[in-house]
Every structure is written in structure tokens, then in C-alpha cells.
Design a binder for this molecule. Structure first.
Ligand code: AHG
Ligand code: MN
Ligand code: MN
Length: 339
């Protein structure tokens, strides 16, 4: 039998990483395995889209005043379930829940990590067969082990993340995660039901062709942003413009493309949403961590995303994220030098 031992599964990969740290407990590997298991369950439901009555509005409005789709709730329950029953997570924060959830049981109180997640990102795209995703962020708790975790564990700045990742449910299903050591991508092999290492050591190209922004909001953006976007559409020898505009409305898909191919993604503040739309703790921070580890940059236009001190679970932020040289070009318009 011809067995290809070159392709590592997610579990095999995290184990090889673990072996390089003799003192590591393996809790993070287990946590990633738990998240991947939930992702596989969500993937099954996503693939049934249109066949069963799991799609469409659940008829409720989430804590941020947005319509909740049924798959949002299903995904939320899957991720919460695996993390609660696993042994690595002391509590969670989710887009779909009003407040942080402290698991507070004997095993969870001994767990090192807390996790923040957007169970289903781009849910407006569910009914029209466009890529959607899951985003997650992992912190080591700062509260005392053996006790229930606390709000302070969740409200750490993004630069304290120990890992972050996302899943894209797209033309194939991918699980991408970053630790400080690197970013690695795994594609779900449906024949064995395992995520297999397909994109080792992902680096974000220094520059690229794509700019991703909601043009419909153009006249609501600050003048400096409008000027930058205007520049993206012009021939420009220095920056290789004009760029190509790509915006699907699922942040996971938009940032994933730009991470792999090079590009910039923007969700600026608008006059309707002066604080921005995207959520700091489970959208901007995990992606900022991943993209920075891959060599890119992420800011809110004034400050590095990862240095923002969070004050609440559902805090919003403006977001600019992507290839380093494109971000630096943007900074010449916003007048802020971040890094
Ligand atoms: P969610 O489905 O989790 O609420 O997130 C949707 C977000 C993000 O994925 C996307 O980039 C953005 O909303 C799109 O917003 P606009 O439709 O305003 O462009
Ligand atoms: Mn989202
Ligand atoms: Mn969501």
C-alpha cells in the first residue's frame, strides 16, 4: 500500500510541535483538536445548505441587533460544547452570547485557556452559497488556576494571544491557525475526515493586487480613507496600481484571500457606525495576530489592533489589515506610523 507520510494531519502536526517543548502540557493541542472537531460538525451542516431546514433566520436578533441565522446558533452550540467538555478551556466569549461564559466545573477551573469566537462569520452569505467561516482567539488566563476564570482573562489586549485561527467553509474547508512560531493551514480531506497540512508556514506577501472594502459606504468614510481608496483605483508605478477590488462580505474569506495572495482589507468607521462594525475580540484581534505572525500589519487607523486595551466583549473597531507595504502606503494617507 502506498501511504504518503509526508502529509501531516492537524493532530500529527500539533504533536510534532509539542515534542519540541518538553515542558509543554499538550493543552493547546487538545484545544485545537476540540475546535477542529466542532468545525467538522459545522462543515457537515454547511454542506447540507438548502437541503434541510437549518438555514435561514432563526427569528431572533443577536446581542448586537443583527438577525441571527440558524446556523449561527448551531455553530455557537458546537464550539461551546466541545470547549466546555474538553479539558483545556475555562470559559468562552462568543458573538452570539450576551456575556462571557465561565464554565466553573472541577475540570474547567484547572484549565489554562479562555477562548473567544465568532462561530459563524459572514452569515449573511449562508443562503446564497458563498464562503463563510469561524474565527477564534486563545488567551492564557491570568486568574488563579483552580478557580473559575474571570472577566480580566477575556479582556486582555490582542498582543497576549497565545494562538488564533479561523476556518473557511469554502470551495474546500480549511483550518488555519497561528501561534507566535508561525501560521499553518490545513485542508479538510473529506475521504478521511481529517484536516491535513496543505499550507505550511504561511507568509503574507509584502504587497499584492487586492483591496477589499465595502464601496457602498464610500461617502461615509473619512476623507483620508476616501483618498487612499481613490488611489487604489489609479495607475501608479510605485504601488503597482490600479489594484483589483475584491469584497465578498465574509471577513474570513476576504482576509484569507489577501493573506495568501497579498492585499489589504478595510472596514473603516462610517458616519452610521462611527466605532466601525467589526468586533475587536473575536474578529479583529485573531486576524491581526495571524496576519502579523505572517508578516503583515493590522491597525484601526490610529493604533495597532493588538495594542488596544479591550473594555467589553462586543467592542467594535475600525480595521485595516493586510500586506505590509500596502498598509504602510495607507499610513501615508492616515498620517499615522504604527510600526
Ligand atoms: P457576522 O456574519 O459574523 O456578523 O460578520 C459579518 C461581518 C464580516 O464578516 C464582513 O466582512 C462584514 O460583516 C461585512 O459587512 P458589510 O455588509 O457592512 O460590508
Ligand atoms: Mn463575523
Ligand atoms: Mn458571526
Amino acid at each position: 500500500m502506498n501511504v504518503n507520510r509526508n502529509i501531516l494531519t492537524l493532530d500529527e502536526f500539533t504533536l510534532t510541535q509539542l515534542r519540541q517543548f518538553p515542558t509543554a502540557t499538550g493543552e493547546l493541542s487538545r484545544l485545537l483538536r476540540d475546535v477542529a472537531l466542532a468545525a467538522k460538525r459545522v462543515n457537515v451542516e454547511v454542506n447540507k445548505a438548502g437541503l434541510v431546514d437549518i438555514l435561514g433566520d432563526a427569528g431572533t436578533i443577536n446581542v448586537q441587533g443583527e438577525d441571527v441565522k440558524k446556523l449561527d446558533i448551531f455553530a455557537n452550540n458546537q464550539f461551546m460544547g466541545v470547549l466546555k467538555h474538553g479539558i483545556s478551556c475555562a470559559g468562552i466569549g462568543s458573538e452570539e452570547m450576551d456575556d462571557f461564559v465561565v464554565f466553573d466545573d472541577e475540570v474547567s477551573n484547572q484549565s489554562k485557556y479562555v477562548v473567544l469566537f465568532d462561530p459563524l462569520d459572514g452569515s449573511g452569505n449562508i443562503d446564497v452559497n458563498v464562503s463563510i467561516g469561524t474565527i477564534f482567539s486563545v488567551y492564557k488566563r491570568i486568574s488563579e488556576l483552580g478557580k473559575p476564570c474571570t472577566k480580566e482573562d477575556f479582556l486582555q489586549p490582542g498582543n497576549k494571544q497565545v494562538a488564533a485561527g479561523y476556518v473557511v467553509y469554502g470551495s474546500s474547508t480549511m483550518f488555519v491557525y497561528a501561534t507566535r512560531r508561525g501560521v499553518n493551514g490545513f485542508t479538510l480531506d473529506p475521504s478521511i475526515g481529517e484536516f491535513s497540512l496543505s499550507h505550511p508556514n504561511i507568509k503574507c506577501p509584502e504587497s499584492g493586487k487586492f483591496y477589499s472594502v465595502n464601496h457602498g459606504n464610500f461617502f461615509q468614510y473619512d476623507e483620508s480613507i476616501r483618498k487612499y481608496i481613490d488611489g487604489c483605483q489609479r495607475k501608479n508605478k510605485e504601488n503597482g496600481g490600479p489594484y483589483t477590488q475584491r469584497y465578498i462580505g465574509s471577513m474570513v474569506a476576504d482576509v484569507h484571500r489577501n493573506l495568501i495572495k497579498g492585499g489589504i482589507f478595510m472596514y473603516p468607521a462610517t458616519t452610521d457606525k462611527p466605532k466601525g462594525k467589526l468586533r475587536l475580540l473575536y474578529e479583529a484581534n485573531p486576524f491581526a495576530f495571524i496576519v502579523e505572525v505572517a508578516g503583515g500589519l493590522a491597525t484601526n487607523g490610529k493604533q495597532r489592533i493588538l495594542d488596544i486595551q479591550p473594555t467589553e466583549l462586543h467592542q467594535r473597531t475600525a480595521l485595516f489589515i493586510g500586506s505590509r507595504l500596502m498598509m504602510e502606503e495607507l499610513e501615508t494617507f492616515t498620517g499615522t506610523k504604527i510600526k
